[in-house]
Design a protein around this ligand. Structure first.
Ligand code: AOF
Ligand code: ZN
Length: 367
């Protein structure tokens, strides 16, 4: 059955590039006859939430929302964050019922919004967690849920490869294995992330800009470089883009640090393991502390392998080209394993043609 929650979810999807680090939330208000009185979605961070946008929309259309039903894709907030609590706005407006897809995992909300609505006499219904709409609303904000529930971002590894999984020829040539259509699609995935992350090896080899281009996105993800020894060149192209640049390092070289800071980077000290590599768990925790929900990784096989081995890679976003390269670089430096069950397992959940290529998505199965 088509419920107003489907419309609310579609509104939330419209906010895909807009709201991070806030979750994308949609809200529809219906009258007794089911007619839509108002609707809206979360605005850019610091702006109004979905419920407030829907209440304003109803007011602008001249509708009375007393006794109305509110359909919203996340529990209305109960806290004073950058904006006042939505549950209070709904109570003040006199709505009769609120239907929510998911409880807000933010510990400052986490059921308190629902409790306050009920205490004010508003009927509140929450979908079961396995309802397809609840799942879809959660998936839309997978990074927000990850940050709130696990204290770390949702990490998506984007890899472009040949059909036999090669990301570059033995001589290093990798541009362009996949098509312009696949590359453009990849930019949409960059744009929805809070951060685009790579390793210094990729910066030195490819000089990527790490921005989202050709996407109608109102904000740019942060660019993050993992750079143990501060080898990022101050002339790197990623500095030419109007995004924040965060460089994680274990180096204490003040001269290099100053040169990068002069280019606008924030240099962040992180612990290193005895082998000199950054402790990835610490980097992930710091990214979450900085309100990073989704991390879009475009790195080489070393960092991809390290993230997978550390259990920090949650999802693969693969673009496979219709070409066989034979010898060449792989997707992720892992193993060698002696048994199949030692190797990370995946759960495929999407296969879509993009131009001449295939986009494949898989979750990394927890072990
Ligand atoms: C809602 N409706 O549309 C969204 C919510 O700093 P603030 O005031 O913007 O609050 C951000 C928090 O509000 C965020 O972490 C999440 O818990 C919740 N997001 N809540 O009622 C919305 N986007
Ligand atoms: Zn709110």
């Amino acid at each position: 059955m088509h419920s107003p929650l489907h419309r609310a979810l579609a509104l939330a999807e419209h906010a895909l590039f807009l709201t991070p680090p806030n979750p994308r939330v949609g809200c529809v208000i219906t009258g007794a006859d089911g007619a839509v009185l108002g609707e809206g979605h979360t605005q850019a961070v610091g702006g109004p939430h979905a419920e407030v946008m829907a209440l304003r929309d109803a007011a602008a259309r001249g509708h009375d929302v007393r006794g109305a039903t509110v359909w919203v894709t996340l529990e209305p907030c109960a806290h004073h964050g950058r904006t006042p609590p939505c549950c209070d706005a709904l109570v003040a407006a006199g709505v009769g019922r609120v239907v929510v897809t998911n409880i807000d995992p933010n510990p400052r909300v986490a059921g308190a919004g629902i409790a306050r609505l009920r205490a004010a006499g508003v009927q509140v219904d929450v979908l079961p967690a396995d309802d397809p709409l609840a799942r879809a609303a959660r998936a839309l904000n997978i990074g927000f849920f990850s940050r709130m529930e696990r204290g770390r971002p949702w990490v998506r590894l984007k890899i472009a490869a040949s059909a036999d999984g090669r990301t570059a020829l033995p001589n290093g040539v990798s541009q362009w294995i996949t098509s312009p259509e696949a590359r453009q699609d990849g930019h949409r995935w960059r744009a929805r992330a809070c951060a685009v992350l790579t390793g210094v090896g990729t910066v030195l080899a490819d000089d990527p800009r790490l921005d989202a281009r050709g996407v109608d996105a109102p904000r740019q993800p942060h660019a993050v470089v993992l750079d143990s020894h501060l080898r990022t060149p101050p002339a790197a192209r990623l500095f030419d883009v109007p995004h924040k640049v965060w460089i994680f390092t274990a180096s204490t070289d003040a001269v290099r640090r100053a040169a990068l800071e002069a280019r606008g980077a924030e240099v962040i000290s992180a612990p290193a393991a005895p082998d000199g590599r950054l402790v990835l768990d610490a980097v992930a925790a710091e990214l979450a502390r900085r309100e990073v929900n989704e991390v879009h990784v475009e790195a080489g096989e070393t960092l991809n392998g390290a993230l997978l081995a550390a259990g920090l890679a949650d999802e693969l976003l693969l673009y496979l080209a219709p070409r066989l390269l034979g010898a060449g670089r792989g997707m992720a430096a892992l193993g060698p394993y002696a048994a199949l069950d030692e190797a990370p397992a995946l759960v495929w959940h999407e296969a879509t043609p993009v131009g001449p290529d295939l986009r494949l998505r898989a979750d990394v199965a927890g072990r």
